[in-house]
Ligand binder design. Structure first.
Ligand SMILES: Nc1nc2c(c(=O)[nH]1)N[C@H]1C(S)=C(S)[C@@H](COP(=O)(O)OP(=O)(O)OC[C@H]3O[C@@H](n4cnc5c(=O)[nH]c(N)nc54)[C@H](O)[C@@H]3O)O[C@H]1N2
Ligand SMILES: Nc1nc2c(c(=O)[nH]1)N[C@H]1C(S)=C(S)[C@@H](COP(=O)(O)OP(=O)(O)OC[C@H]3O[C@@H](n4cnc5c(=O)[nH]c(N)nc54)[C@H](O)[C@@H]3O)O[C@H]1N2
Ligand code: SF4
Ligand SMILES: [Mo]
Length: 747
């Protein structure tokens, strides 16, 4: 019998609410999927990808037994006690011999699951793990740093209500990331009183809807944005009242921007001056402007500087803390560490800047492939596939093989898992309660704890159970504390709450371990499959204490009521006025800080360097990893999920194709410093001359019906290099990899 179940899509940060009809012979097939109209965030919206989620749930690559590597590199199945016992012993030895800080933690969650990382924080704390990273450290860390310095917090644009929407290196028609993306874009395009500005070298689906489309040459946004900031000053388009009332550093900033030669900067980006001036005037003349910068600038040259300039443009025009502009949403659990660290942390070998607690993704393998005494010795990888997703896959394979111990927690046998010593199989995101911290809605912010829709198969464990067992096996979970908490839980919820709070307050060690402690106590009282929700009890109480007004305005009297609401389905957890954002600006004086010396130095260096010069060996800029209709990182492994673009074509402009003698559908050879691949060429009017592009998420292998593994498409990180990265944040330049292209001649 088929039944509908409520859940959410796990393919991008929008996490749209869905309903899944489960049926099939085994009662485990996702037969149909539709948008959940009752979800307060997505209101029934989905894109075409959600309908394919059966390829995630019922993948042939699923693992259902712990695996241990044999000396010959093959894997054997072992039982959980053996796996946990051996891993615990080896982690303990590595900690004793080299220090817990030589054990590296990577991952913690993907697009749909952030609870593993929260439970893992207990394991990190218990083992003394100091260095960690995840996908954010190859895209968002530059922006996070700028946000911390300017606002002391994380900001997001309100596209639903803005007069003007600006997308910089962001293609929400395909990548989403704003609520009900396509509906929102179409509404802006259809309204003559609203405007859309897109900055992208490519004529994307989003750009087709735009009023103004600026097409910088790949990797040159900093030049364009510097020119736009300078135009604001030159034409006196800034909001003087806002600047005087809410910012610090304006007078000192002026000479830095007044010194920018608009014409020269625009030559650096290839954008016509009239277009850049028009876009700047539209921004300055709008009642409200929402801005989204994404991978096109964040995985590119001068990315941190571009983030700074982007934010200057909307701050100087007064677009903060109001409807339709930038705001600071509340968080049940913050996705990033906001506010500035008291002391700047650096990585142990390369001395790179650590932002938001994350080691730059591009530096990790350098700090393993060395004989430096402080190199990382072991890695715990959870819900991530760095050997495919991080820059320079070859260096990852080598680094993983060199480590003393690699443990991977995943649902599938991934490119990364193949280099592990132990692979621990976990339940899918539809077999356990899951949630994300991608809660950026404003002013009504939504959290969704999805209950499981299927039972897990025998042989897998959810991540909180894995962490709890590991800590117990290492003797690092305080049994007396757990016993005392369980006793008070038998008394009453209130008793438990008081006991828990006093333990957290009196012992930092216990506080660090508290997610697993909650799981081992409160988790046991939760309905089956909901145990991993335990940690949200603490989060709900914390938020209700720190922001009672917004929680109550959303209809929850206190932390306990909020937790109950979270257990019942998708919920608006805070509701507030736009001006509330001011209360969350955490700079020293509560004003927005305009003067960021590190970025002004980078701006001076950019001006000094002049327009970028093409490399004759690699005359093209390759965007390695464009979002298309049928890409979803490596969440789907089965290539059958794609209805089109099965091989992931390389897009080339008609001009370049003509010059290179390439026809549509022909094979081309792409060469970069790091490697060469043969690809199918798609001649596309959407491309700017000099710019070529490959999709993300391709190039994974998958067993066919006979169990033979077949590789489909190009794995872009076979073509990327770790040294091509932002000087400041260490984020890679994936969107403008120097490349050349030639036809493949068939003998
Ligand atoms: N379909 C689909 N959607 C996804 C994902 C997916 O895998 N597939 N992944 C999700 C994830 S993890 C993320 S982080 C987001 C990313 O979402 P986006 O950042 O929107 O995705 P991309 O297509 O990688 O890059 C955006 C745009 O940058 C442009 N670009 C390239 N070079 C430059 C440049 O030099 N300057 C400018 N201004 N633009 C440039 C590209 O042409 C592209 O249109 O998408 C999410 N949504
Ligand atoms: N060249 C290039 N590289 C890129 C990009 C690009 O544009 N160009 N984009 C980058 C971006 S923006 C991102 S976000 C990263 C993403 O890269 P990663 O963070 O590595 O994420 P995914 O590819 O989504 O892999 C997620 C893993 O989680 C596993 N998984 C799924 N469900 C569960 C679960 O419930 N528990 C556990 N433990 N595991 C689970 C999946 O099987 C998969 O192995 O890729 C990046 N890599
Ligand atoms: S926008 Fe599409 S991929 Fe993203 S969560 Fe919604 S349905 Fe899934
Ligand atoms: Mo991402």
């Amino acid at each position: 019998m088929s039944e509908w179940h409520r859940s959410a899509c796990i393919l991008c940060e929008s996490n749209c609410g869905i309903e899944i009809k489960i049926g099939g012979e085994d009662g485990r097939t996702f037969e149909r999927i539709r948008g959940d109209k009752a979800h307060p965030g997505s209101k029934g919206y989905t894109c075409e990808k959600a309908l394919r989620l059966d390829h995630y749930q019922n993948s042939r690559d699923r693992i259902t037994s712990p695996l241990r590597r044999r000396p010959d590199g093959t894997f054997e199945e072992v039982d959980w006690d053996t796996a946990i016992g051996e891993i615990a012993a080896r982690l303990t030895d590595i900690r004793d011999d080299h220090g817990g800080d030589k054990i590296f933690y990577f991952g913690g969650g993907g697009q749909g699951n952030h609870l593993p990382g929260i439970y893992a924080s207990a394991t990190r704390r218990a083992l003394g793990i100091r260095y960690r990273s995840n996908a954010l450290a190859q895209e968002k860390t530059g922006e996070i740093w700028v946000n911390s310095v300017m606002f002391g917090n994380y900001v997001r644009g309100d596209f639903e209500h803005c007069e003007t929407a600006v997308f910089i290196g962001k293609n929400p028609w395909q990548s989403h990331g704003i609520p009900e993306a396509r509906r929102t874009l179409k509404a802006i395009a259809a309204d003559p009183d609203r405007k859309m500005i897109v900055i992208d070298p490519r004529l994307t689906k989003t750009a087709e809807l735009a009023d103004i489309h600026l097409r910088p040459r790949p990797g040159t946004d900093a030049y364009l944005l510097a020119a736009m900031a300078a135009i604001l000053i030159e034409e006196n388009l800034v909001d003087h009242d806002f600047i005087a009332g809410h910012t610090t550093g304006w007078l000192e900033l002026i000479p830095h921007l007044a010194g920018v030669d608009v014409e020269e900067m625009l030559q650096g980006s290839g954008v016509a001056e009239a277009e850049a001036r028009e876009a700047t005037r539209v921004i300055a003349g709008s009642e409200s402007v929402a801005v989204f910068e994404d991978l096109g600038v964040q995985m590119n040259r001068h990315s941190t500087l571009s983030s700074f300039l982007e934010k200057l443009i909307w701050v100087l025009t007064g677009n903060f803390a109001k409807s339709g502009a930038q705001n600071i949403p509340t968080a049940l659990i913050p996705l990033t560490a906001t506010g500035l660290a008291k002391r700047e942390m650096r990585t142990p070998v390369a001395g790179e800047r650590i932002i938001s607690g994350l080691v730059p993704a591009a530096t990790i393998t350098e700090e393993i492939l060395t004989d430096h005494p402080d190199r990382y010795r072991a890695m715990l990888i959870e819900s991530a596939n760095p050997a495919h997703s991080m820059p320079d896959s070859a260096s990852w394979r080598q680094a993983l093989d060199q480590l003393d111990l690699v443990v991977v927690v995943d649902i599938a046998m991934t490119e990364t898992a193949r280099h592990a010593d132990y692979v621990l199989p976990t339940s899918t995101q539809y077999e356990k309660a899951e949630a994300t911290t991608f809660t950026f809605e404003f002013p009504d912010n939504v959290f969704y704890l999805r209950p499981p829709v299927l039972d897990p198969p025998d042989g897998v464990l959810a991540e909180p159970e894995i962490h709890a067992r590991l800590l117990e096996a290492m003797g690092l979970l305080d049994g007396d504390a757990i016993g005392s908490l369980n006793e008070s839980l038998n008394e009453s919820g209130e008793e438990f709450g008081m006991n828990f709070l006093s333990m957290v307050n009196s012992s930092p060690d216990f506080a660090g371990m508290s997610p697993v402690a909650l799981y081992r106590t409160l988790g046991r009282k939760m309905p089956q499959g909901m145990e991993s929700a335990a940690v949200l009890w603490g989060a709900a109480h914390r938020l209700a204490m720190s922001n009672p007004g917004a929680v109550q305005k959303a209809g929850h009297d206190d932390g306990e009521k909020l937790f109950e609401a979270i257990l019942s389905g998708p919920v608006v957890f805070t509701s507030e006025e736009a001006s509330a954002s001011w209360g969350r600006v955490r700079t020293q004086d509560g004003n927005i800080n305009l003067l960021v010396p590190e970025m002004l130095d980078e701006l001076a260096a950019l001006i000094e360097a002049g327009a970028p010069q093409p490399d004759p060996d690699y005359p093209l800029a390759l965007s390695a990893g464009e979002r298309r209709s049928f890409t979803a990182n490596t969440i789907f492994r089965d290539p059958e999920w794609r209805k089109k673009d099965a091989e992931g074509a390389l897009r080339v402009s008609p001009g370049d194709a003509g010059r290179l003698g390439l026809r549509d559908g022909q094979l081309g050879l792409v060469t970069t410093k790091a490697g060469k691949v043969e690809v199918v060429v798609e001649v596309s009017e959407t491309m700017l001359d000099g710019h070529i592009s490959l999709p993300n998420g391709h190039g994974v292998d998958y067993p066919d019906g006979d169990g033979d593994r077949r590789l489909t498409g190009t794995s872009t990180n076979e073509l990327t290099s770790i040294e091509d990265r932002d000087d400041f944040a260490g984020t890679p330049w994936h969107k403008s990899v120097p490349a050349r292209l030639e036809p493949v001649t068939v003998e």
